[in-house]
Design a protein around this ligand. Structure first.
Ligand code: BES
Ligand code: ZN
Ligand code: ZN
Length: 507
């Protein structure tokens, strides 16, 4: 999709469809729309006064015009002025582009939001993200594709003045990068586990590495054995598919700050001998969403050439049942030397992550360590399907993650890591247990990981179990137009990008 930034009065923009946003309570308060209205002899005012256009959020109305630049006006309801946000821009951009695609038009135009104090640096990104995320489809396995004859090929962003053009163009480019990475993450998540094996994931990561000129290493079972990664390998033991650990490195600021990101990449989680019931197993091909978000993030960071360093580690394996599989009450020795009593084979994510985190700290010594994982069903119980859980002992890290969440719409909320939760993980026979009982499941999972973080190393854990996949039943009330109704949401990549970006000035 091509993005053009133009500076013109709305009535002079040559376009098939011009998006006109209308608020519910403060109608027609914008000079550019007033001038458009005048050219149309007050038609817009009429539509609003007659109640045909009410400005309710997600409402849309089409008007065919004559004698002015835009052939059609697409009125998009923005809801109440006080509810206006960057995320609403994403939402209406998504709705508008889907509508335009449905009527088989390949081009549309949308004004910036400078009159609402949305900076050009934010605006282009939100518009382009909304469009690209909103038009996403996973139809690789459909013989008969729902493909429209035409797809949206060009989007014109109408700048309110020359001074905005450069920044709008830049931010539209960033939006393109971020949405493309997030859509790539959605593809990775949506692929079933018979395709998206650890080996396949590692191959795709290698492709990303060569496109972006990143260093990459892929460790197999033997290399991991040599490193003493007994915890990770305990999980991998039952799988025919060979496990992989992918290590990628982006150097954007030699000698500067390094952020380490570790992602859980369980390409299928049966639960192991603590077998999941069939309903719970159904979507477990998506249990690699943390690794996917990690790959998407380093791809986007490298593509945007952020002046910072990032090391990404993806721990990839299946969690299966077989005569070789690990069993409840097995004791594993992790790379850190700590021994782990496995009380539940379904709490496998933390067993994979802890060794990846030890490896990251030993060989890459990151200034900040982040891990991201579909770790606990309890995160869904605590925060639902639109907010990811963040756990950290570092207030500054949390502030940055929270700000990145608000900015991207990939919201996060903090849960505590008080010392007393550690008592839930005390083992009689080993250094630690891998489960902490029914209460505070998301917290005890993070407390487990915390045991593997070096003292004084700033660290944050992100649990995306609730946010990484959408289901039709949930989409009905979440109603986010730029998220798919079913399958991978791509969450994590845009969040991590902006989180990492927040460190640039300090680096
Ligand atoms: N992959 C699951 C967590 C999950 C659940 C992700 C639902 C997405 C949706 C994880 O490996 C798991 O099974 N966790 C257990 C931990 C328990 C055994 C302590 C859980 O949440 O039930
Ligand atoms: Zn599990
Ligand atoms: Zn899992």
């Amino acid at each position: 999709m091509e993005v053009k930034v133009v500076v013109k009065p709305l009535e002079a923009v040559e376009t098939e469809v011009l998006v006109v946003t209308v608020f519910e309570d403060k109608l027609n308060d914008n000079a550019r729309i007033k001038s458009l209205d005048e050219q149309l002899n007050g038609k817009i005012t009429q539509l609003i006064e007659s109640g045909e256009v009410q400005g309710k959020f997600r409402e849309f109305t089409i008007l065919h015009t004559e004698g002015i630049g835009p052939k059609r006006l697409l009125f998009m309801g923005m809801g109440k002025r006080q509810d206006f946000s960057l995320d609403r821009i994403r939402s209406i951009a998504a709705n508008a582009s889907r509508y335009v695609r449905r009527i088989k038009i390949s081009e549309m135009a949308m004004p910036d939001f400078a009159h609402l104090d949305v900076s050009a640096t934010d605006c282009g990104e939100a518009i382009v993200e909304g469009i690209l995320l909103g038009m996403y489809r996973f139809d690789k396995y459909k013989s008969k594709k729902k493909s429209p004859e035409r797809k949206l090929e060009t989007i014109k962003i109408i700048a309110s003045n020359e001074g905005e053009v450069e920044a709008l163009t830049q931010s539209a480019q960033t939006g393109n990068t971020l949405a493309s990475s997030a859509n790539f993450v959605r593809d990775l998540v949506n692929e079933p586990s018979n395709f998206m094996t650890p080996t396949r994931f590692a191959e795709l990561a290698s492709e990303v590495a060569s496109q972006q000129n990143l260093k990459i290493e892929v460790l197999g079972r033997e290399e991991m054995q040599r490193e003493g990664m007994g915890s990770f390998l305990g999980v991998a033991q039952g799988a025919e598919e060979p496990p992989k650990m992918v290590v990628m490195q982006y150097i954007g600021n030699p000698g500067g700050k390094t952020i380490g990101i570790v992602g859980k990449g369980v390409t299928f989680d049966t639960g192991g001998y603590d077998l999941k019931p069939s309903s719970g197993m159904l979507r477990m091909y998506g249990d690699m969403a943390g690794a996917a978000a990690t790959l998407g993030a380093i791809q986007a960071i490298a593509s945007e050439k952020l002046p910072i360093n990032v090391v990404a580690i993806m721990g990839l394996t299946e969690n299966m049942i077989s005569a070789k599989a690990y069993k409840a009450s097995d004791i594993l020795t992790s790379m850190s030397g700590k021994t782990i009593e496995v009380l539940n084979t379904d709490a496998e994510g933390r067993l994979v992550l802890c060794d990846c985190m030890t490896y990251m700290q030993k060989y890459h010594n990151p200034d900040i360590l982040v891990d991201i994982a579909t770790l606990t069903g309890a995160a869904i119980i605590a925060l639902g399907r639109t907010v990811s859980a963040v756990l950290t002992t570092d207030d500054d890290i949390y502030q940055r993650a929270f700000a990145a969440g608000e900015y991207t719409g990939e919201r996060v909320w903090r849960l505590p890591l008080y010392d007393e939760y550690r008592a839930q993980l005390v083992s009689d026979v080993a250094d630690i247990e891998n489960v902490g009982g029914r209460s505070a499941g998301t917290i005890t999972a993070a407390m487990f990981l915390k045991e593997f973080v070096d003292k004084d190393r700033p660290w944050m854990h992100i649990d995306i179990a609730g946010t990484s996949m959408m289901e039709e039943e949930i989409a009905r009330y979440v109603k986010n137009p730029y998220l798919p109704k079913e399958g991978g949401t791509g969450t994590g990549t845009r969040l991590l990008f902006h989180f990492v970006k927040s460190y640039i000035d300090k680096a």
